[in-house]
Design a protein around this ligand. Structure first.
Ligand SMILES: CC(C)(COP(=O)(O)OP(=O)(O)OC[C@H]1O[C@@H](n2cnc3c(N)ncnc32)[C@H](O)[C@@H]1OP(=O)(O)O)[C@@H](O)C(=O)NCCC(=O)NCCS
Length: 198
C-alpha cells in the first residue's frame, strides 16, 4: 500500500446516504442506544451481550467509543434517519482492524428491530465500505456471521461480499458452539463494484 493511516487530525467520519446520516456516537445517544441494545432480538447472533441497564450503554459511549476514536478506528458509529430532527440513533456500524500489517479490516452492523427489512443496514454499510477503502490502506474487508443469521448473510450478499466458507464451531456462546460464515471483499472487488454503481 502506498499511503499511510489517517494522520493526527483524524476525526470519526460523518457520512450521508440518501436516507441516512452516519456519525460518531456521543453520550447523549444513551437512551436511544439502550432501547435497541437491551432488546434480546438484537443480540441473538452478536458477540456482545444484551445491555442490562443504561449503565452498560453509558460505559459503551463514555469508554469504549472514545477509546476506539482515539485509535482512529471508525467503530462504533451511529446511524440516524436524515429526516428525523431528533437525531435519534437507530443502529450502529463500524470497521475495525483485524490485521494492520496485512491490511485487513472487519465490518459490523446492527439496526434496531423496529427498522429491520428497510434496507438500512445495506445502505449504511455501502457508505462505510466506500469510506474504508478510500481512507484506509486496506486490501481486504471481511465480515463474519453466525450461520443462522440469514438477514446478515443477505446484507453481505447485497453488498457484494463473497462467501468464502464456514468455520465450524468457531464461537462458544450461550452454552453452545456456533458455525460462522466468513465473507470477504477485496480492494479489486470494491473497485469493480464501484464502477458498476456509477
Ligand atoms: C442483520 C441486520 C443488521 C439487517 O438489518 P436490515 O436493516 O434489516 O438489513 P437490510 O434491510 O439492509 O437487508 C436485510 C435482508 O435480509 C433479508 N432477511 C431478513 N430476515 C431473513 C431471513 N430470516 N432469511 C433470509 N433473509 C432474510 C431481508 O428480506 C433483506 O433482504 P432483501 O432486501 O433481499 O429483501 C439486522 O437484522 C440486525 O441488526 N440484526 C441484529 C444484529 C446483528 O445480527 N448484526 C450482525 C452481526 S454479524
Amino acid at each position: 500500500m502506498k499511503w499511510s493511516l489517517p494522520g493526527n487530525s483524524w476525526n470519526p467520519p460523518q457520512l450521508q446516504t440518501a436516507r441516512l446520516t452516519i456519525r460518531p456516537l456521543v453520550p447523549n445517544d444513551a437512551e436511544a442506544i439502550f432501547a435497541f441494545c437491551s432488546d434480546s432480538r438484537m443480540t441473538e447472533y452478536t458477540l456482545w451481550e444484551t445491555h442490562q441497564s443504561i449503565a452498560d450503554t453509558m460505559q459503551f459511549l463514555r469508554e469504549y467509543a472514545p477509546s476506539r476514536y482515539r485509535e482512529q478506528i471508525p467503530e462504533p458509529l451511529g446511524i440516524v434517519l436524515r429526516n428525523d430532527h431528533s437525531d435519534s440513533v437507530i443502529g450502529t456500524l463500524g470497521g475495525f482492524w483485524i490485521s494492520k500489517s496485512n491490511g485487513t479490516m472487519e465490518l459490523g452492523y446492527a439496526i434496531a428491530a423496529n427498522f429491520w427489512g428497510l434496507g438500512f443496514a445495506t445502505e449504511a454499510s455501502q457508505a462505510l465500505i466506500d469510506y474504508l477503502f478510500t481512507d484506509y490502506p486496506i486490501e481486504r474487508l471481511q465480515a463474519r456471521s453466525m450461520t443462522p443469521n440469514r438477514a446478515s448473510y443477505r446484507v453481505l450478499e447485497k453488498l457484494g461480499f463473497r462467501y468464502e466458507g464456514t468455520m465450524r464451531s468457531l464461537i462458544y456462546r450461550r452454552g453452545r458452539y456456533w458455525d460462522v460464515g466468513i465473507f470477504g471483499m477485496l480492494r479489486a472487488d470494491w473497485e469493480s463494484s464501484r464502477r458498476t454503481r456509477t
